[in-house]
Design a protein around this ligand. Structure first.
Ligand code: HEM
Length: 474
């Protein structure tokens, strides 16, 4: 089977090359090494399935970007279909079904104000609510990530279901937070990775099986989605043209499609699965990134002071930072860019498949072969980012002090499947981080600055930390 594929590390029967990924936490080091040894196109075996890894920006441009249609499918994964009860959602579907739902989600997001002032207003409201909570414990050690996590969850929940988790919903949010934490812990273990990619071996390892873990988790999460959907169904006014949230817009589209005799495309099962995709992809990535940004700032002397000097010069203390300030805050943007690059939160990008026969770097590749745009190797490429492990925001500033556009910064991936929530995520990162550091001086807890070590598990999650906040302006 290896004969017609680009050469790569020799696979072990059943396991393939998984050990490299599982033993060198958080999981991306082996891909850098293989890129050095085998070049920017090589084959990685996840269990018994080969994936052609595309690992330099130039090669990604040639394939995923310039020939996007050939690389837009997802490689079907059995555990996904089992989890979702079939091929549903946006992240894991293909063809007309996928493109219809991706387009529909993007246009709903625009209707609720993404790219306009409305979404910004929602995020700034969350910023103020965050301040209210954090102000209650000024000068004490407090769990800053927990408060920010609540704000980020409120933003995505407003987009999907139209409400925020205020104090009356604390219990509901607490349960969801527990489910997210369960996912971070339970699904990032050695055993789970082996079970996903080498099920024949995984089934013999001790502990709960993947199916058991998924069943527990899925039941509680989907219960939440289905309850929200049912409540929307009860309240919905099909005569009003405007929708307040994604679920409402979907139900209206469903009725429209059904009136034209189409019952499959906008099914109920698809609705709970797209809600899951938007909610889950939207919360955990943005949350993890926000925490990493604070971790890197607190671990690098001088960065916080420099950001605050810029904020004082451009914004001052008597108003909130808004997206209108973005272009005037190059250092702030550089810090966020560099944090996303260093955090590099996806150790292996999502598995795609070729939609037709093609040629990659001279190798003929058959339709349906697994392909991966390995964005984390690109973001650690020392030719583009010298001393790639050093947190150095200045690399994004040009000689005139302006923000430098660097194509190789690709945390949201590239091509036809590029992150659907990128616009929302960028707005959140900018508004939450800039306002947070404009209002507070952030000092480490008695345990010192938050850890930036990533060797605890497979997957790039920051550890829990506390910080001490004082107000910068009276
Ligand atoms: C800092 C935050 C985020 C990061 C770093 C991130 C990163 C990514 C990456 C790397 C992909 C995979 C693209 C590929 O297949 O090559 C992706 C896909 C996706 N993201 Fe995000 N994401 C973020 C926030 C969000 C938010 C806020 C939402 C929802 C509102 C979202 C929804 C999605 C969806 C639905 C997909 C699948 C798109 C498709 O298959 O067509 N993401 N994201």
């Amino acid at each position: 089977k290896r004969k017609n594929l680009p050469p790569g590390p020799p696979p072990i029967p059943f396991i393939g090359n998984m050990l490299g990924m599982l033993l060198e936490k958080p999981g991306y080091e082996c891909f850098r090494r293989w890129t050095k040894n085998y070049g920017d196109v090589y084959t990685f075996w996840a269990g018994v399935t080969p994936y052609v890894m595309i690992s330099s920006y130039d090669r990604i441009k040639e394939t995923f970007i310039r020939d996007g249609d050939t690389y837009k499918d997802k490689y079907p994964q059995k555990f996904n279909e089992r989890f979702r009860g079939g091929s549903y959602g946006i992240v894991e579907t293909n063809g007309h079904f996928w493109s219809t739902h991706r387009r529909f989600a993007l246009s709903s997001f625009r209707d609720f104000g993404l790219g306009k002032d409305l979404m910004q207003e929602k995020i700034l409201l969350e910023t103020q609510e965050t301040f209210r909570k954090l102000d209650q414990h000024l000068g004490e050690e407090q769990d800053v990530p927990k408060v920010l996590n609540n704000a980020i969850a409120n933003v995505i929940n407003q987009v999907v279901f139209g409400y925020r988790f205020d104090e009356s919903r604390e219990e509901e949010f607490g349960k969801l937070r527990d489910l997210m934490e369960f996912q971070e812990k339970a699904f990032t273990t050695f055993k789970v990775h082996v079970q996903v990619f080498a099920p024949k071996i995984g089934q013999w390892l001790p502990g709960k099986s993947l199916d058991e873990l998924l069943d527990d988790w899925k039941k509680d999460f989907y219960e939440f989605f289905n309850r929200q959907i049912e409540e929307h169904r009860q309240k919905i006014d099909f005569d009003s043209e405007e929708s307040q949230d994604y679920a409402e817009a979907y139900l209206k589209e469903q009725r429209k499609q059904e009136s034209q005799g189409e019952f499959e495309l906008f099914s109920n099962k698809q609705l709970s699965n797209t809600c899951f995709d938007l909610w889950f992809a939207g919360l955990s990535t943005t949350n993890t990134t926000t925490n990493w940004i604070i971790c890197y700032i607190m671990n690098t002397p001088g960065v916080q002071e420099k950001m605050q000097e810029e904020l004082d010069r451009v914004v001052g203390s008597d108003r909130l930072v808004t997206t209108a300030d973005k272009n005037d805050l190059p250092y702030m943007n550089a810090v966020i860019n560099e944090s996303q690059r260093c955090a590099n939160i996806i150790p292996i990008n999502l598995f795609h498949a070729t939609t037709k026969d093609t040629v990659i770097n001279g190798y003929p590749i058959k339709k349906g072969t697994g392909v991966v745009a390995q964005i984390n190797t690109v973001m650690l490429d020392e030719k583009v980012f010298p001393e790639p492990y050093k947190f150095h925001p200045e690399r994004f500033i040009d000689e005139n002090g302006k923000l430098k556009k660097v194509e190789e910064l690709v945390p949201f991936s590239v091509g036809k499947r590029q992150c659907l929530g990128e616009g929302l995520a960028r707005m959140e990162l900018f508004l939450f981080i800039s306002n947070f550091f404009n209002r507070y001086k952030v000092a480490p807890s008695s345990k010192g600055p938050p850890s930036i070590d990533k060797t605890e598990r497979v997957g790039v999650f920051p550890r829990k930390f506390n910080a001490i906040l004082t107000k910068r302006h009276l």
